[in-house]
Design a protein around this ligand. Structure first.
Ligand code: FES
Length: 104
């Protein structure tokens, strides 16, 4: 069972928006897609690019550095040059708090 940590309120990330948070030494990008939140590490597995700054099309994020693509729902690689999935995190909403789950 992951530990859930509050990173923001729902009002801070409206639909279509995203924010990056530092959580226990990790930079995590949190995305609101049509009212559902998704979280991935803000570090491309190809060469550490700032992944959460990339273009988002549906659930596909494109790394701004060399164009690798990932699915923000589960971190899987959709396009080279990355070959390793990006870490993703469970997200839940408690009241108006957005919480990210971290494994110990
Ligand atoms: S750092 Fe993301 S594609 Fe190279």
């Amino acid at each position: 069972m992951p530990r859930f940590i509050t990173v923001a309120t729902t009002a801070e990330i409206p639909p279509g928006e995203r924010e990056v948070f530092e959580v226990e030494g990790l930079y995590i990008g949190v995305f609101n897609v049509s009212g559902t939140y998704y979280a991935i590490e803000d570090r491309c597995t190809h060469d550490d690019g700032p992944l959460a700054e990339g273009d988002l099309d549906g659930f596909t994020i494109t790394c701004p550095r060399h164009g690798a693509q990932f699915d923000i729902r589960d971190g899987r690689v959709l396009a080279m040059p990355a070959v390793i999935p990006v870490p993703w995190f469970p997200v839940r909403v408690e009241g108006d708090a957005i919480q990210i789950g971290l494994e110990d």
